[in-house]
Design a protein around this ligand. Structure first.
Ligand SMILES: [Zn+2]
Length: 197
């Protein structure tokens, strides 16, 4: 458990209370009875869960990376595959989830490997569109680490497509973002694409 100063804890709890009040109104609006037993604690639970799922707004991904950058001569591709990803689409606030693959080619510096999934979490725990999420991860790595290039691929399923709207239940969406050598050199990009296949 992360230590939280009582003042911040109070701020967080108050925030949750306002959120919970609004969730309770939503329950009434959709025709439910918020007072019935099964729903008594739902507004509070949803508020807490919503705060968790959007906590990326309060975190600074560049800061997380900058704390773990080390000088190193390694100059081959560094690839982290199959990073689990859970986010909320900004149009419907419904989940989209899947996998993220990230590679970079160092330029004198490397970053602690555990920080790569961490920044995926920070950007995912905000309201997103998959396209922007992909670009934001690439840009953050490119700017903080200044490598020779970054490649990001996200494959995700969107509940807003699957549960409502077109109801295409098995479709998945792939987005990619490249910089530097991954953009300019076909061979490097194909090597990455082969490795994640
Ligand atoms: Zn959506």
């Amino acid at each position: 458990m992360l230590y939280l100063h009582p003042i911040y804890k109070k701020m967080r709890d108050n925030y949750n209370k306002d959120l919970a009040k609004n969730i309770k109104s939503i329950l009434t609006e959709i025709g439910e009875t918020p007072e019935r037993e099964g729903l008594m604690k739902t507004p509070e639970r949803v508020a807490k869960s919503m705060s968790f799922l959007t906590k990326g707004y309060k975190e600074d991904p560049a800061k997380i990376l900058n704390k773990a950058i080390f000088a190193e001569d390694y100059s081959q591709m560094v690839l982290v595959k199959d990073i689990e990803l859970y986010s909320l689409c900004e149009h419907h606030m419904l989940p989209f989830f899947g996998k993220c693959h990230i590679a970079y080619i160092p330029n004198g510096h490397i970053v602690g490997l555990s920080k790569i999934p961490r920044i995926v979490d920070v950007f995912s725990r905000r309201l997103q569109v998959q396209e922007r999420l992909t670009d934001e991860i690439r840009d953050c790595l490119q700017e903080s680490l200044n490598p020779k290039g970054v490649a990001v691929v996200i494959e995700a399923q969107h509940l807003c497509m699957q549960m409502r709207g077109v109801q295409k239940q098995h479709s998945s969406t792939t987005t990619s973002a490249f910089s530097g050598i991954f953009l300019n050199d076909d061979k490097t990009r194909s090597e990455f694409m082969n490795l994640i296949r």
